[in-house]
Design a protein around this ligand. Structure first.
Ligand code: GAP
Length: 467
């Protein structure tokens, strides 16, 4: 994990927010490569959930909504984590995680929670912790110039509620019939007690949420359908089956209104952790908003002439966690044959030097569709104007379609290594032969094999692999 965190900073994937002021805990900035990576994740999700289907439409709601939204959803009253303070060093911790880290389980009581015996402060070791108490995770702010109770508002802790609140407006314009869905991507904010594991638990993060509205009674079918669909999507973007695990909630773990919930977990270096939750939430959310707003949330089925409040299945994923999982999955330290040694890359052995004829490389083996930069273009020599001009022509063609990188500095092998380290799947080299027969070499990041093809063939060849 340390090597990956260091690469993320060194190569411009992820920086600490406000770093020049010592940073701010739980907030992260995505650099030039990180924001491309996140954009490709969002695009892949949108393509699969909205664009490639006829039954799902998009929505983009405001971050700050009427405070009654959060009363209706239950967030004002109970979107809280149990928190404890160390009476000795005054540090603050999330009680359930503290117990988990010490192989214990937080005790549920009539009034809330209690710590089991023997739990220590991880900072100073004292066994002098307060009883757990609820800490609401919503960030509070004020709307308008007056800061009083009447102007309190919250940064949304999830994007989902915007979808429920706009259900009737979307239904009126989208010409959809149940079952149909509304999808949204956007920022969410939670004042996490202990942000940790790099970007995994942040205070500002991005969600991709789908509310799929269904006929009551079809919940189990659609829940199963969406778990299968979402697992397929994760495999397509480069997270293999063996790194993923669905966690099916037991009856006693479900919210009172939910009939099923499955989390999709990924095998991070710090343990199996959630990327996405897929919940069958019944009609809880729409019913709550109907109750609190006094506006009907009913749907009229023109075929059966029935009126009902639709049930919903909600696949809810986090962009930042998926980006981190893809970085973890893609990161490899390898030994690769030097220029005059034939062979394939082999996995490096920790702490050892590469064998004769091999050198070490760090590579991010992203799927081409997800890689931040799709191709790098290299004129073999930077001091040959005719090579540079031809390479510029090729670069212009590719750059129109994909994020590409221009590099004319250093030995060609070093230029390849720089791209390997950021996961660029293709290197295109323009050499003297290009000037005579209009062909270039195309190098594959993973096999390091090179083929020759014409400039005219190049965009089509790449499109078949990337798009
Ligand atoms: N509307 C349902 C909902 O918000 P959730 O399990 O609380 O459910 C959904 O959040 C997803 O949002 C999680 O699976 C995770 O990927 C992401 N997420 C939640 N809290 C996060 C945090 N503090 N930092 C980064 N991502 C987070």
């Amino acid at each position: 994990m340390d090597a990956l965190v260091s690469l993320c900073k060194r190569r411009g994937f992820i920086f600490q927010s406000s770093e020049i002021y010592e940073g701010i805990n739980g907030f992260w900035d995505y650099g030039p490569l990180g924001c491309e990576l996140k954009r490709h994740i969002r695009d892949a999700w949108w393509k699969s959930v909205v664009q490639a289907r006829e039954d799902i439409v998009g929505l983009d709601c405001s971050i700050i909504m009427h405070p009654r939204v959060w009363e209706a959803s239950g967030h004002t009253a109970s979107f809280a984590d149990p928190m404890v303070d160390c009476k000795s060093c005054r540090k603050r911790f999330r009680a359930d995680m503290l117990c988990e880290d010490q192989d214990a389980k937080l005790i549920k009581t009539d009034k809330g929670f209690a710590l089991p015996d023997g739990i220590k402060c991880p900072a100073c070791g004292a066994k002098d912790l307060t009883a757990p108490r609820a800490f609401n995770l919503m960030f509070k702010t004020f709307v308008g110039p007056v800061e009083d109770e009447s102007s309190v508002a919250y940064l949304r802790p999830e994007t989902a509620q915007g979808i429920f609140v706009q259900f009737q407006n979307v239904l009126a314009v989208a010409r959809q019939k149940v079952p149909f869905g509304i999808a949204q991507i956007g920022k969410a904010f939670r004042n996490e007690i202990n942000p940790r594991n790099f970007t995994f638990r942040s205070r500002e993060f991005e969600q991709m949420e789908l509310e799929y509205f269904i006929k009551p009674g079809t919940d189990a079918h659609w829940h199963e359908y969406w778990v299968a669909e979402r697992l397929k999507w994760y495999r397509a973007i480069g997270l293999p089956e063996e790194s993923l695990k669905p966690y099916v909630y037991g009856k006693d773990e479900l919210a009172h209104y939910a009939s099923a919930c499955t989390d999709i977990l990924y095998d991070f270096p710090f343990g199996m952790q959630e990327l996405e939750g897929i919940a069958a939430r019944g009609d809880f959310d729409l019913t709550q908003h109907q109750k609190f707003s006094g506006k009907s949330m009913e749907y009229f089925d023109a075929e059966t002439r029935e009126k009902f409040i639709p049930h919903v299945v909600e696949p809810s994923a986090g962009v930042d966690r998926i980006a981190l999982a893809l970085l973890c999955e893609a990161y490899r330290e390898e030994w690769v044959p030097t220029a005059d040694t034939p062979g394939e890359p082999i996995e490096a052995e920790c702490g050892k030097q590469p064998p004769a004829g091999y050198e070490a490389r760090t590579v991010l083996r992203f799927e081409p569709a997800i890689a931040p930069i799709k191709a790098a273009v290299f004129p073999l020599l930077k001091n040959k104007p005719e090579l540079v001009a031809k390479a510029r022509e090729v670069f212009a063609v590719l750059q129109r379609r994909w994020p590409c990188f221009w590099d004319q500095t250093g030995a060609i092998g070093r230029r390849y290594r720089r791209q390997d380290e950021i996961g660029t799947p293709f290197g295109v080299t323009i050499d003297f032969q290009t000037l005579t027969d209009q062909t270039v070499t195309l190098r594959d990041r993973d096999t390091m094999k090179q083929i020759r093809l014409t400039i005219a063939e190049l965009p089509g060849h790449l499109a078949n692999i990337i798009d």
